[in-house]
Design a protein around this ligand. Structure first.
Ligand code: BTN
Length: 324
């Protein structure tokens, strides 16, 4: 049985007009006093609920906050989000998910934060986490080898691009391995962190940062020059809890297919969505910077490149950019 607030939010979502106290109390099997108390608690959380004698309650406005009640009321997944932690502010949702990884929390945990004080990107970079974005981490425990696991970041990127293309009509692309771009500007980044023994993965944390309702002016100038947000692209604010549900539904389907099968089904999509293939790219590793042609994405998720001398090799991790 879901919590009362989750159930009331669900009923409001399904109804445009008033819901009478009697109707609510009958549908949810609790007293009218319990309903009244819960309505007041929702009001304290920023929900504007009109009460009219004889008619009941009507939801006028809900806050743009990703509370765990809002998330639970909308989630249509089985595995991802089977437990939800919502935080107004935290250093990094990945850190919270990792702590849960260490103490044995089962796979599927979703950690969402409104703001991150020390959001992290790849290679120790800072991830600006202003309010209005979608910042979340998932804890997984896949029974995969370390080699297989390297495709998971790409699997996440494919899932998000599928949603952005089909539900938001955006020509999103993947900049291998972990960036999602629209019009060559970064919309979303993925940070995969894991704990493993030589043979087994103990846990895996997928951290996703998506610029949703972020105002471009809230970013420092250097970020404004290279990033974008959904509200900026679409010209209106989006419902973050709806987007989160769409992503998790798609990701769950792809993840389960991947666990039971392999990456083969998703590979054509990873290739189709790539903004690198066929282009000359600049590659930055910890050791060197060089140019090469991006040839293909391989079944193991690596990027096949061809160097100017014709030599081909696969990359599993690097920073790449398209040479202008
Ligand atoms: C990148 O582009 O380098 C990856 C960015 C990942 C950001 C997300 S926001 C949620 C999670 N928590 C973090 O500290 N980082 C990831």
């Amino acid at each position: 049985m879901k919590e009362l607030d989750v159930q009331i939010i669900k009923l409001f979502a399904a109804q445009d007009g008033f819901l009478s106290g009697a109707q609510l109390s009958k549908s949810l099997g609790v007293s009218r006093t319990a309903i009244w108390k819960q309505i007041n608690s929702l009001r304290k959380q920023g929900y504007q609920i009109e009460a009219s004698p004889g008619q009941g309650y009507k939801l006028i406005h809900k806050p743009d906050r990703l509370t765990s009640s809002e998330i639970k009321a909308i989630l249509e997944t089985q595995l991802l989000g089977n437990k939800v932690i919502y935080l107004e502010a935290t250093d990094s949702t990945n850190d919270i998910a990792k702590e849960h990884g260490k103490i044995g929390t089962k796979e599927g945990l979703l950690v969402v934060a409104e703001r991150q004080n020390q959001g992290r990107g790849r290679r120790g970079r800072n991830w600006h986490s202003e309010p209005g974005g979608l910042y979340f981490s998932l804890l997984l425990r896949p029974r995969l080898s370390l080699m297989e696991v390297s495709t998971i970041t790409l699997l996440v990127a494919v899932s998000i691009v599928q949603v952005l293309r089909s539900d938001y009509q955006l020509a999103a692309q993947i900049k291998w391995p972990n960036d999602i771009l629209v019009n060559n500007r970064k919309l979303c980044g993925i940070l995969t962190e894991l704990s493993a023994d030589p043979e087994t993965i103990n846990y895996l944390v997928l951290g996703i940062g998506l610029n949703c309702n972020t105002k471009l002016n809230d970013w420092p100038a250097e970020i404004q020059a290279i990033a974008t947000s959904l509200s900026n692209l679409l010209g209106h604010q989006i419902q973050r809890e709806k987007l989160l549900n769409q992503i998790l539904v798609q990701l769950e389907a792809n993840y389960l297919a991947f666990i039971n099968n392999n990456f083969a089904k998703l590979l054509p999509l990873a290739r189709k969505f790539s903004c690198l293939l066929g282009k000359t790219i600049t590659i930055n590793t910890h050791e060197q910077t060089y140019t090469a042609k991006a040839i293909d994405i391989s079944a193991d998720g690596s990027l096949l490149i061809e160097k100017p001398d014709g030599q081909r090799c696969n990359l599993w991790a690097a920073d790449v950019s398209v040479r202008q």
